[in-house]
Write a protein that binds this ligand. Structure first.
Ligand code: NAP
Ligand code: ZN
Length: 349
């Protein structure tokens, strides 16, 4: 067993405390990663607070992991000690079902293994990246391209791929009008990526207070959704809307902004169900869809795309004792635009 220092919450909404966790000894295909940085995703907050389901505690969240390979198992072929690597929301899947064979491990028909809050094939509870080390099978380890620093690489492993995948799937590109709802961690990546793909990008934020940032990040237009005129003005305009909001919103109002054959993709995952009036879809043959992270092959493609286009998230690096404060700020939409934990501040328990 390998002992890692970590920060865990011991119950829904309980403050984070220093602890140690055990990582398995390296199997032949395993990679030991010394974690350098870990992003704070809003999903960590949903999990830590038990908003989606009853969780088991202590819980160590974190699925935006960037670090350095510290050791490899005897049969590892893809990585060597010293490589710069990342791990996202999944650490394993069956590898055999139709979806895994297509490279869509996030939709594994037998259920993939989440990076934390799950049970792996060895029967051990998984714990995430708010920790100094992690052991992951090499097929779920990503290579961080040269030119992307590890601190900014971390958020790409979830916020990056979760927005890249639907933008690609629904064909964001030249001639397409894309709206991004919510300018937080996912939203700001969606703006950068959609802009780099050549789409015309509009931000729909609650207020105009981040307008300068939004335009600087690559948006062509920026509107406040608290202003009812926004919905009148933009009715029927977009080919694709990516909704990144972590709370329940009036979906019908946003669907009314879609053009003929437009699609609203929900990547935001609020705890409460959303309601939908089907008449919002019928009139203009519109679609309402969902999308979850992305497969391993596509995650590598996204990392390489970001390196090629010089795309990096905007981050605020924090020490491990500031996780609770960061959670409060994310909940208050006061994040510009991703908190990233400097794991070196976790070295002593
Ligand atoms: P975040 O940084 O907190 O961003 C969410 C943004 O939504 C906020 O910055 C805010 O933007 C807007 N917002 C928040 N509360 C709102 C409200 N009551 N009404 C309207 N707008 C509101 O969160 P994130 O890390 O980007 O994650 C967003 C959501 O995606 C979470 O639910 C998370 O669990 C989910 N997620 C899903 C996947 C997936 O695979 N589908 C992956 C990762 C995360 P403005 O201030 O601009 O309005
Ligand atoms: Zn996430």
């Amino acid at each position: 067993m390998i002992t890692a220092n970590a920060r865990a919450t011991f119950g829904p909404g309980e403050p984070f405390k220093a602890t140690t966790i055990a990582r398995r000894d390296l199997g032949p295909h395993d990679v030991l990663i010394e974690i350098k940085y870990c992003g704070i995703c809003h999903s960590d907050i949903h999990h830590a607070r038990g908003e989606w389901r009853a969780e088991e505690y202590p819980l160590v969240p974190g699925h935006e992991i960037a670090g350095i390979v510290a050791a490899v198992g005897t049969e590892v072929t893809k990585f060597v000690v010293g490589d710069r690597v990342g791990v996202g929301c999944m650490v394993d899947s069956c590898g055999e079902c139709e979806n895994c064979r297509k490279g869509e491990e996030q939709y594994c028909l037998k259920g993939n293994t989440l990076t934390y809050g799950d049970v792996d094939k060895y029967g051990q509870r998984t714990q995430g990246g708010y920790s100094t080390h992690i052991v992951v099978t090499e097929d779920f380890v990503l290579r961080i391209p040269d030119g992307i620093e590890l601190d900014v690489a971390a958020p790409l492993l979830c916020a990056g791929i979760t927005t890249y995948s639907p933008l690609r799937h629904w064909g964001a590109g030249p001639g397409k009008k894309v709206a991004v709802v919510g300018l937080g961690g996912l939203g700001h990546m969606a703006v950068k990526l959609a802009h780099a793909m050549g789409a015309e990008v509009t931000v729909l934020s609650q207020s105009l207070k981040k307008k300068d940032d939004g335009l600087r990040l690559g948006a062509d237009h920026y509107y406040a959704t608290r202003d009812p005129e926004t919905f009148e003005k933009l009715a029927g305009s977009f080919d694709l809307i990516i909704n990144t909001v972590s709370a329940k919103i009036d979906i019908d109002a946003y669907i009314s902004l879609l053009a003929l054959d437009g699609t609203l993709v929900n990547v935001g995952a609020p705890a409460e169900p959303l309601s939908l009036n089907v008449f919002s879809l019928l009139g203009q043959r519109r679609s309402f869809a969902g999308s979850m992270i992305g497969g391993i092959r596509e995650t590598q493609e996204m990392l390489d795309f970001c390196a090629r286009h010089h795309i990096a998230p905007e981050i605020e690096v924090i020490s491990a004792d500031k996780i609770d404060e960061a959670y409060e700020r994310v909940l208050a939409s006061d994040v510009r635009y991703r908190f990233v934990i400097d794991i070196s501040t976790m070295e002593t328990v």
